[in-house]
Design a protein around this ligand. Structure first.
Ligand code: BGC
Length: 716
């Protein structure tokens, strides 16, 4: 592939200025088959005779700086005599502000194109056209583009073509076959409401916080201007508010040509629910604009439903949180000047993610990047792919839970999908991570003395801190133990020697137990229970339950404690308290945000207070999926659908629901490769009735009674 193709550039490469390449295909014979192999340093959009090639938006995607994926498109039906291939190219993830304008991502690094067209004619002859200096290039109508800042387009701009230049000293990057899932346009949202805000702005509400772009359609005079800005939330007065986007301008500007204009961006995306119309030639109408939802083309597999409309809205918010943040890589948020593959967020959400959608291939690609970007000493960068801005050295920062993405996510892909290959592929990376911790801890058999994120955004954080007050050495040590155990389990599954890791795990466990005898926060108790650290589980569960009761049935946990809190309660006899937390409507809780009108998951429990005031503009995303991890408790504990460790991928299933009087009914459904598993319970004539469908042998536990069943439908 690409044997003779060269990286080509526009000689006058300017950062943030899109360029457009062109190649006449000179077809003179009948074509039997034609394919386009193409990739870019940047993001590209290819067209043949004005028709888009393929449906991968923001191709070639976001990968480690060490590699770039190429795509193959069948273009047989698109080409004919006189056909012309044109390709627009922008900065994308490769060198925009997402790299914080540092040298490596800066102007001297050039955006470039590489392509190859293979044509087989009906007479058996062949042509191969490759990128070289024979291609033409000009400055694009997209006059400015950056993922954070948006697009500025002049429909009338015409530059003259010049010959492309060969990129003589391109960065060393491996060109690899597409491994991930294409990002595609998924749905269209029409404006729900167009209205004037108290301060006189024209605003559009699309009714849903989402990730994507928009399409405008209007009749205009040449030079008429359209300008739009976006935001997620309105302020307490009902006015446009986007200070939480920080340095991401997230704007769009379009200068119209004469007549009918239809345009949608090609090389950028936005996270938004509302739009401010800063300029429009006429009074904007519903038909002038539509929002287009983008995300990786992952298949929905999981569904939750209950008798509570608020809870159902939460389920919807979790799904939209996943849609909004599964854009080629799992991101923290889609709107502000981050949109990075933060590892910790992915670690805590991945279990839920695997039930909601088939994310096997999506995470497989991301884990390849994780292994590639893992540092020499085994440290996992905090964001994958590693962009330049967060290139922190180990000495400064460690990142338990964040780094554990390297062990927890492959193991989850094994559990949910039965994917053993991923364990084989990631095993070296997993072991290197354990080695890194072992070599960097200040105290043997613990992970201590290193700077950590702690229980990120825990509500028990000391004033002015983002880190909850749980002991950071304790958290880190628990995850050191857990990851070591996962390495041992993985080794066994793939037939590698693991006694070293089994012994190490036992030693870490013993040392944690000896060192941390008391737990003083909800998160510490939850981790001690969930990860089998606590020796007297009854006492710790009692303590945790009391802490929650004393806090008015409310949680205080952050990114680390929250995903395990409800599990720790229901596994230890306190399912009702778990339900209290799930169904709590006042602050802080999941349903508090729902009652505040959330349509996605907030980064902070207190993103917006009851008066409608925002927490802070410094770090306040309304589309951060981490707390959406509560869905796995609903699938696994409330509805009871568990994977079976030695029959992974739902080759067998354990179903053990925990019903409550607080809801009339609850149901979960997961589509697996063996068929659909569903578990529903509801109150009927004073009793709980269970309806369970299993396509595979199952163990069903109802009221502590175990039933071994083969595939079928069961009612209890
Ligand atoms: C991100 C988080 C991330 C955290 C770690 C934030 O800025 O948005 O979600 O995990 O930093 O410190």
């Amino acid at each position: 592939m690409f044997e003779n193709a060269k990286w080509i550039i526009h000689g006058d490469n300017k950062q943030y200025e899109a360029v457009s390449f062109k190649r006449e295909l000179n077809i003179s014979k009948k074509v039997k088959m034609a394919t386009l192999n193409i990739t870019a340093l940047g993001v590209y959009c290819a067209e043949i005779d004005g028709v888009r090639v393929g449906d991968f938006i923001l191709a070639p995607g976001f990968t480690s700086r060490k590699r770039v994926q190429y795509q193959t498109y069948d273009i047989t039906k698109m080409i004919d005599t006189g056909s012309v291939l044109s390709v627009s190219l922008g900065e994308g993830w490769y060198k925009g502000k997402i790299n914080f304008g540092t040298d490596e991502g800066g102007p001297e690094k050039k955006k470039a194109l590489m392509a190859e067209i293979r044509i087989l004619y009906t007479d058996g002859t062949r042509d191969v056209i490759v990128t070289d200096e024979g291609w033409l290039v000009k400055k694009d109508k997209i006059r400015y583009v950056d993922l954070y800042d948006g697009e500025r387009v002049d429909a009338n701009y015409e530059d003259s073509y010049v010959n492309a230049e060969i990129y003589n000293d391109p960065p060393s990057v491996k060109v690899v076959k597409q491994e991930g899932v294409y990002v595609k346009e998924q749905e269209i949202l029409r404006p729900l409401r167009i209205f004037t805000s108290p301060n006189g702005d024209t605003l559009i509400d699309f009714g849903q916080n989402m990730t994507g772009y928009f399409e405008i359609e209007l009749d205009a005079k040449i030079g008429d201007r359209v300008a739009l800005s976006v935001c997620e939330e309105l302020d307490k007065y009902g006015n446009f508010y986007n200070e939480n986007y920080r340095d991401a301008k997230a704007e769009f500007e379009y200068i119209c040509h004469e007549g009918h204009n239809v345009y949608k961006p090609r090389l950028a995306f936005w996270g938004f629910r509302y739009m401010r119309v800063d300029a429009f030639p006429t009074k904007i109408q519903r038909d002038n604009i539509r929002a287009i939802v983008l995300h990786s083309d992952i298949k929905r597999t999981g569904y939750l439903d209950s008798s509570s409309p608020l809870l159902n809205q939460l389920f919807s918010n979790i799904i939209w949180g996943q849609k909004g943040n599964f854009l080629d890589v799992p991101t923290d948020c889609p709107q502000r000047d981050e949109r990075q593959g933060w590892t910790g967020d992915a670690t805590v959400f991945c279990r839920t993610a695997t039930y909601n959608y088939d994310v096997n291939q999506f995470f497989t690609k991301w884990l390849s990047d994780l292994a590639l970007d893992q540092e020499k000493n085994g440290h996992i960068p905090h964001i994958i792919p590693q962009t330049i801005c967060w290139d922190w050295s180990v000495a400064e920062h460690s990142g338990a839970v964040w780094g554990d993405a390297s062990t927890i996510i492959p193991y989850q892909l094994y559990l949910t999908y039965g994917n053993k290959d991923i364990l084989k592929r990631q095993f070296t990376s997993m072991k290197r991570y354990i080695k890194y911790i072992t070599e960097h801890t200040k105290e043997k058999y613990l992970w201590s003395g290193c700077e950590q994120f702690g229980d990120w955004l825990g509500l028990d954080a000391p004033e002015g801190s983002y880190r909850g007050s749980s002991n950071e050495d304790f958290i880190a040590s628990v995850f050191y133990a857990h990851s070591t155990l996962l390495v041992a389990k993985t080794g066994k599954i793939i037939g590698a020697r693991v006694d070293k890791y089994e012994k190490l795990y036992e030693k870490i466990l013993a040392k944690i137990r000896k060192t941390f005898k008391k737990y003083k926060t909800q998160t510490e108790c939850a981790l001690a229970l969930y990860f089998n650290i606590a020796e007297d589980k009854k006492a710790v569960a009692f303590q945790l339950n009391n802490m929650i009761k004393e806090n008015g049935n409310r949680l205080k946990t952050g990114f680390v404690g929250t995903p395990y809190l409800l599990h720790a309660l229901s596994q230890n006899g306190y399912a009702e308290t778990a339900y209290e937390l799930l169904l709590q409507e006042s602050f802080p809780s999941w349903l508090y945000s729902v009652k505040q009108g959330a349509t996605t998951i907030w980064e902070h429990w207190d993103g917006k207070n009851e008066k409608g005031e925002f927490w802070s503009k410094a770090m306040n995303s309304f589309n951060h999926y981490a707390y959406g991890s509560v869905a796995d408790w609903v699938y696994m504990e409330a509805c009871g659908i568990h994977t079976v460790e030695d029959k992974p991928g739902f080759e067998e299933v354990l179903i053990s629901p925990h019903p409550t009087n607080k809801l009339d009914h609850l149901s979960a459904r997961i589509d697996t490769k063996y068929g659909t598993i569903s578990s529903k319970w509801y109150h009927f004539e004073g009793k709980v009735r269970y309806e369970i469908i299993t396509p595979v042998p199952a163990t069903i536990i109802i009221d502590s009674k175990e039933h071994r069943v083969s595939k079928g439908t069961y009612i209890f």
